[in-house]
Design a protein around this ligand. Sequence first.
Ligand code: AHG
Ligand code: MN
Ligand code: MN
Length: 327
Amino acid sequence: MNIDFSTKLAKNIEEVEIRTAVLDTVNALCESARDIAKICAKGPLEAAFGDVAGTENSDGDSQKALDVRSDEIITAALKTVPVAYYASEERDDIITLEHGLPLAVASDPLDGSSNIDTNVSIGTIFAIFPAVENDPEASFLRKGSEQVAGGFFVYGPQTSLVITTGDGTELYILDWMSGKFKLAVPAMRISESAHEFAINASNFNHWHPPVRAYIEDAMKGADGPMGKKQGMRWVGSLVADANRILMRGGLFMYPADDRKGYEAGRLRILYEAHPVAFVIEQAGGKASNGTDRILDIKQDSLHERVPFVFGSVDMVEQVGEYHINAV
Ligand code: AHG
Ligand code: MN
Ligand code: MN
């Protein structure tokens, strides 16, 4: 085993076949994450570490060698566990591993690719759904609330796993001595209010009015409507920003903007927003597209983007008010 599961994880999954398959799959993903973390730890000592692979993914992003290699590691691991279908940021289409198996897994194999060669935390995001028999498309084009498990690994000072199966959010840390992920926090909780936001402020001139108004008011700090100094952090790796918000509260926004291709923001709903929204909600936070709950949204295409707002409940709700008042 690559992880010492808590006695609670997946116990809320009633179907024994699904529960067992989820635990086997998470165990396999932990082994993949350990392998990817080892490559990250070598950095440029590893051949072709931060290099561009010379190819593009479905979103038109140029692929880094580590994007492709991480996807290959995960694909190989999923072939050893009861997963019927696999969807990946790095693959245009779904791959069928074996019809009839109980699960469908979607993944962002390497999140934060722009940070790969800068020694900044990066990660792997995954969403696990019950497979729809003989229908790969239906297995993924569905509401995020149908996930049976979701979470992400962070390759940073610690190699960690944040995961939920719908009954709270747990934090595991990789113990390199044993090679096992060990439970560190059995129930992560996001503070309801906080005073720190994460957004790529260089896009200010492209934001729509509600987001611009919210950030302008936040920048006014104690002299503005928020009545308190607001801090700002932006890592550029979704997993790192999400992990910080889980640990100390705050708000993350990657909104829609008026740049071509950013009409729905940058983040993909299936393998970025849905799994992150799942762990955030299970830790007492909120996740929306600005106005509507992310997990209620059903995506129509595999790599569909969505404006993504998540974090402390009070802050996400306040962003919602700015959207409503702007109408
Ligand atoms: P990926 O590397 O998987 O494409 O994800 C990168 C995402 C996300 O991790 C991060 O929040 C966002 O891109 C940063 O976007 P900008 O570079 O536009 O700030
Ligand atoms: Mn990503
Ligand atoms: Mn990625």
